[in-house]
Design a protein around this ligand. Structure first.
Ligand code: PMP
Ligand code: GLN
Length: 381
């Protein structure tokens, strides 16, 4: 058999979680909370199951949940999406992204990714027969370089994938960044795949920082598939439910593939999420919740020789390891997990050529006691 993805092995997240489990290490590698979700959310899903909501939902998702998503986008970003024709519930952001790519990328089309980038994008583009065009984010700051983005656009460019807040660098695009992107895309037909799974984890609101969704910019929204994940927002990464918001014509193409990709997504979880979102808007507490964990973790890291990079959003903290070790990032993460008992992810895993800049990523979506234990171990370095 000739592999369709000859360069792809097991994802770094799976590899590091397995190593952490084997070595009994504190797992700050793979991004997921080690605490449970709100019991009320579990009750809402259980209730839906007990009410017999256990058969196929409509292909695009249960209407109440789509309406809750539309209401949220309108409240937060001032753009109205039609729940019937512009919102679709997906099996997590992962399925949303591959389905978008399969729906819009024709063989030979170019798709721009900004490196470092989430590990599913490139294989997704390759599966669709597209050509990956890699544009580096600025080394050190991970800021977008708009000259390079602009120069990468060709008549064959079908789409660009943008991810803010960013995994792995924890940077957040500003309003000026989004406007710049809008201006660059204005004379083109390039689609925007806006991966906003960390939309509710943007810190430092007192400094005026907010999540700049593509929904806030008319010229971007008109060409954008906005992707999010209930897993990140409600501490239920294992439920694998997310959504896309996109103009009706784009949504129609998305659904053609979605219906044969998964057809539809877990019914009781959708009803449970809708009921939970209707009661209040729990995502509003999320920035403060994670900012406190970020600050706790960063304060502890001051006692180590790691050099801290900014963490503006997401639940990640990157550190430069140069003063701690001579090892390359990937070897350092193996060593740290095995010998020190803390798992991390090397940034090189997010680059096609394995670019090693001696930076590793920690996830701080963990109980305070987990973070304290990890910090105790890291302080020995
Ligand atoms: N995009 C990014 C940037 C992510 O970090 C993740 C989750 N790790 C996903 C997409 C996938 O989200 P989900 O778990 O909802 O499939
Ligand atoms: N998105 C998560 C991360 O970056 C992991 C998801 C996965 O394991 N595929 O850590």
């Amino acid at each position: 058999l000739t592999s369709k993805l000859p360069k792809v092995g097991t994802t770094i997240f799976t590899v590091m979680s397995a190593l952490a489990a084997e070595k009994g290490a504190v797992n700050l590698g793979q991004g997921f909370p080690d605490f449970d979700c709100d019991p009320q959310l579990v009750n809402a899903v259980t209730d839906a199951m007990q009410r017999g909501l256990n058969q196929y939902p409509p292909m695009a998702g249960v209407p109440v949940l789509r309406e809750a998503v539309a209401a949220k986008l309108a409240a937060l970003h001032g753009r109205s999406y039609d729940a019937g024709s512009e919102i679709t519930i997906t099996a997590g952001a992962t399925q949303a992204i591959i389905t978008i790519i399969l729906a819009v990328v024709h063989p030979g089309d170019e798709v721009i990714v900004l490196e470092p980038c989430y590990d599913s994008y490139v294989p997704n583009i390759e599966l669709a027969g597209g050509t990956v065009v890699r544009v580096p984010l600025t080394p050190g700051t991970f800021r977008p370089n708009f000259e390079k983005i602009s120069a990468a656009i060709s008549p064959r460019t079908r789409a660009i994938i943008v991810n803010s807040p960013h995994n792995p660098s924890a940077t957040v695009w500003s309003e000026a960044d989004m406007r710049r992107l809008q201006d660059i895309l204005a004379p083109t037909n390039v689609l925007l795949i806006s991966d906003e799974v960390y939309e509710h984890m943007v810190f430092d609101a007192d400094k005026g920082q907010i999540h700049q969704s593509a929904a806030r910019f008319a010229g971007l929204a008109a060409r954008a598939f906005i992707v999010s994940s209930f897993g990140k927002t409600y501490h239920v990464t294992g439920w694998k439910v997310g959504y896309i918001a996109a103009p009706a014509a784009l949504t129609a193409e998305f659904r053609k593939v979605h219906q044969f990709n998964v057809f539809s997504v877990n019914t009781p979880v959708q009803h449970g999420l809708a009921a939970y979102m209707a009661d209040d808007r729990p995502y509003l507490d999320l920035p403060a919740f994670y900012q406190r964990k970020r600050d706790l973790f960063r304060a502890g890291l001051q006692n180590t020789r790691f050099r801290l990079l900014p963490s503006e959003g997401s639940y990640f903290q990157c550190v430069d390891i140069s003063d701690v070790s001579e090892l390359g990032e990937a070897d350092f993460c193996q060593w740290l997990t095995t010998e020190i008992g803390v798992a991390a992810i090397p940034l090189s895993a997010f680059y096609g050529d394995g670019f090693d800049q001696r930076v590793v990523r920690f996830c701080f979506a963990k109980k305070d006691e987990t973070l304290h234990l990890a910090l105790e171990r890291l302080a020995k370095l």
